[in-house]
Design a protein. Structure first.
Length: 166
């Protein structure tokens, strides 16, 4: 039992470090609106995500392309294309994803390194979660659930990390 408490304490300290680090970054700040008393979470600055960004993952079988168009500090329009190159088939979904609560979580990259992400969600034809790297806004991971695609060979979930096209 003592080891469990010790492990949990260490995990909590690490999580607090990551959250405090994320809060200190220039691309995340919290503003209290004096007129309404509401808290606003602002994620995007001019130096992070521009009006339109394109992210791509590609391997021998699949090409996934995500186009983000910023609406405001907490929302973006998206178009997600998933193309199976072997079958020459494509599935597409569009919508608006949001993170009005300022949700931050921890993800792991392909090398096993941990990084912080903003979590933007879309609930329409299916549930999509766009997990955008806080530090650079150059990596996106997509989780998908309850997606009814015409073609199961063209998934909407990330097969690998989608990387920003420079």
């Amino acid at each position: 039992m003592k080891q469990y408490v010790k492990y949990l304490s260490i995990l909590l300290i690490i999580l607090m470090f990551f959250v405090s680090h994320a809060m200190s970054q220039k691309n995340f700040y919290i503003v209290k609106n004096d007129h309404t008393g509401e808290t606003e979470y602002n994620h995007f600055t001019k130096n992070t995500l521009s009006d339109e960004e394109v992210f791509i993952f590609e391997n021998d079988t699949l090409l996934q392309k995500l186009v983000l168009n910023k609406i405001d500090s907490t929302e973006f329009n998206f178009t997600l294309l998933s193309t199976n190159k072997l079958r020459n088939q494509t599935a597409q979904i569009e919508g608006v994803a949001s993170n009005k609560e300022g949700i931050i979580e921890v993800d792991e990259n392909e090398e096993g390194e941990v990084y912080l992400v903003y979590v933007y969600t879309f609930e329409g034809d299916c549930y999509l979660e766009f997990r955008v790297d806080i530090e650079s806004f150059k990596i996106v991971k997509i989780f998908a659930a309850d997606c009814i695609t015409i073609n199961s060979f063209c998934p909407f979930f990330s097969v690998g990390l989608l990387k920003k096209v420079e």
